[in-house]
Design a protein around this ligand. Structure first.
Ligand code: ZN
Length: 281
């Protein structure tokens, strides 16, 4: 699932590739992908792409006074292709065909159709419910007091940091890296943190800018479908912690997992497997 660093590098590369290109046609073969009907996609014909940016984990394609706000959900990808998609390409959700023959394509992998897009007046993007309800951006990192206020909640850090309305941009992969960097348990509550721990967590957000720097160095003009993520903890169960060598553990949920170093994050405790405890209940 693309998170803030992956969407950031995607919008930089896509923006560099398509800025100034004119739209020949725009269609949405994905049923129900467009969450808006007015203005219609045909309004894009003849317009120039004026910029591509990011809010939280969402790319925004700007076309003068209109903007296409895209939510990739877990399996959507936005990419520029040199040729048009085959009509048989079942992954196509939104196709913006450019006059130079290229195509900006929103595709979605897997069977579920969850990714969506909204065509909005450019000035209405920030007021859109999906944008207006976002918490402060995790990168560039918010001021310490804004961050402290956002996470001062009686909820576990793992879901709290991934909750876009509290802080925007972090998902299931980078949350593990941030918590490991801060040496904090995923099951500690936001409101339980000392000032010193809040400071550590805030400082740990640098892993997001490190990731963006890494992508800047490793990803060329051509954006791959799946960006190789420089993760050190997430999905590394059984491997040694890169800092202390302790075996990295995992807690599994229905659709995701969290990984952590028990020595440095949970006071040596190996946490219960939620999947197993559900079966045993
Ligand atoms: Zn460790």
């Amino acid at each position: 699932m693309p998170e803030l660093p992956e969407v950031e590098i995607a919008v930089r590369r896509i923006g560099a590739a398509v800025q100034g290109a004119a739209v020949e046609s725009a269609v949405a073969p994905g049923m129900n992908v467009m969450k808006t009907f007015e203005p219609p996609l045909e309004e894009l014909i003849g317009r120039e792409i004026t910029g591509v940016r990011r809010v939280g984990k969402m790319p925004v394609v700007e076309l003068g006074d209109l903007a296409l706000l895209v939510h990739l959900m877990s399996a959507g990808r936005l990419r520029v292709f040199d040729k048009r998609a085959s009509p048989k390409d079942r992954a196509s959700r939104v196709l913006i065909r450019l006059e130079d023959g290229r195509e900006l394509r929103l595709r979605e992998f897997g069977t579920k159709q969850r990714a969506w897009a909204k065509l909005l007046p450019a000035g209405a993007v920030e007021e859109d419910e999906a944008v207006a309800t976002l918490g402060p951006e995790a990168w560039p990192s918010p001021p310490l007091d804004a961050f402290a206020a956002a996470i001062d909640q009686a909820r576990h850090l793992h879901p709290l940091l991934r909750h876009q309305r509290d802080i925007a941009g972090i998902g299931r992969s980078w949350v593990d890296e941030i918590l490991w960097e801060a040496r904090l348990s995923p099951f500690k509550q936001g409101s339980e943190l000392s000032d010193e721990q809040v400071g550590r967590l805030h400082a740990a957000l640098h892993v997001l800018s490190d990731a963006i720097d890494h992508y800047e160095q490793t990803i060329g003009a051509e954006l791959p479908d799946k960006v190789p993520m420089p993760l050190r903890i997430h999905r590394r169960e059984g491997e040694p912690c890169p800092r202390c060598g302790t075996k990295i553990e995992a807690v599994y949920f229905a659709e995701h997992q969290t990984n952590y170093c028990p020595k440095e994050q949970t006071g040596g405790r190996v946490l219960k497997d939620r999947r197993l405890s559900r079966l045993l209940r």
